[in-house]
Ligand binder design. Structure first.
Ligand SMILES: [Zn+2]
Length: 229
C-alpha cells in the first residue's frame, strides 16, 4: 500500500477496514452452529493483522508530516505498539473525519479566498514535547496534527481552532496577529474569546495564548489510542 502524503487526510489509499467486533457479532448471530471456530479465529486474526499493518503505515506516513518525525510517538514495547497500531488501523478514518469536520467549521469563519490549504490528522504525540497539537507550516498543504488522546472529545474543536490560527497565519508565534485570528475564530465558533488588559506584556500574553482556548486534559493519553476510553 502506498501513501499519498498530500491526500492522507482525505483517503487511506486502501480498502476500508471493517469493524472486527461487529463482523464477529454478525457472523455469530447468523450462523452460530456451522462456522468452525478455527476458521472464525483465523478470519479475526487476518483482520487484526491488516489493521496492524495499516496502522503502522499510517503512523509512518504521519511522522513524515510532523515538524519532527520523533514528535509522533511510537511505543517501544512491541505488544503495546501493536495494539496501538491495530486500533489506529481500524478507527483512524472515523477519528480523522471528526477532525475534518472541525477544520471545516474553522474554514467557515473565513471567506473562501482567505482560506489556506490545510490538512488535519490525528496522531499520538510524544509526551516529552508536552503538546496536544502541532502545526507544520512548512508542509504543503499546511499540516495540523491533533493528539485526540490528550483532550476530551468535546474540546477537540477548541484545540483545532488554536492550531488553525497558526496554520492560517503561517506562523508559530502567539503574538497580537495570532490573538486577532483567534478572537475571530472564537467569535465565529461560539467560544469564549481571550481578553487581556491593555497593560499586559507581550510575554505574558503569549504565555496565556499558548493555552487558549482552555481544553480539558485527559490523564492517560495512550488509553484513548488503545481503545480503553
Ligand atoms: Zn500555539
Amino acid at each position: 500500500m502506498s501513501w499519498n502524503l498530500n491526500e492522507l487526510g482525505r483517503s487511506w489509499g486502501g480498502e476500508v477496514m471493517p469493524d472486527v467486533g461487529s463482523i464477529g457479532r454478525r457472523w455469530q448471530d447468523r450462523e452460530p452452529a456451522i462456522i468452525p471456530s478455527h476458521l472464525f479465529n483465523n478470519y479475526r486474526s487476518n483482520i487484526y493483522t491488516k489493521s496492524l499493518e495499516r496502522g503502522s503505515e499510517y503512523l509512518e506516513a504521519v511522522r513524515c508530516l510532523a515538524l519532527m518525525p520523533s514528535m509522533v510517538d511510537v511505543i517501544e514495547d512491541r505488544i503495546l505498539r501493536d495494539r496501538l497500531c491495530a486500533w489506529i488501523g481500524t478507527y483512524i478514518d472515523a477519528i480523522n473525519a471528526e477532525l475534518q469536520a472541525c477544520l471545516e467549521m474553522c474554514h467557515a469563519c473565513f471567506h473562501a479566498p482567505e482560506r489556506r490549504s490545510i490538512q488535519i490528522l490525528a496522531a499520538p504525540l510524544a509526551s516529552r514535547f508536552g503538546l496536544d497539537g502541532s502545526c507544520n507550516i512548512e508542509s504543503d498543504p499546511v499540516t495540523i496534527l491533533i493528539d485526540v488522546g490528550r483532550v476530551a472529545p468535546s474540546d477537540w474543536l477548541k484545540l483545532v481552532a488554536h492550531e488553525y490560527a497558526h496554520a492560517h497565519l503561517g506562523s508559530p508565534g502567539h503574538d497580537r496577529r495570532f490573538l486577532a485570528i483567534l478572537e475571530h475564530l472564537c467569535l465565529g465558533l461560539g467560544m469564549q474569546p481571550p481578553s487581556f488588559s491593555s497593560e499586559i506584556s507581550v510575554t505574558e500574553m503569549a504565555a496565556r495564548l499558548q493555552n487558549w482556548p482552555d481544553c480539558r486534559s485527559l490523564p492517560d493519553p495512550l488509553a484513548f489510542w488503545m481503545g480503553k476510553q
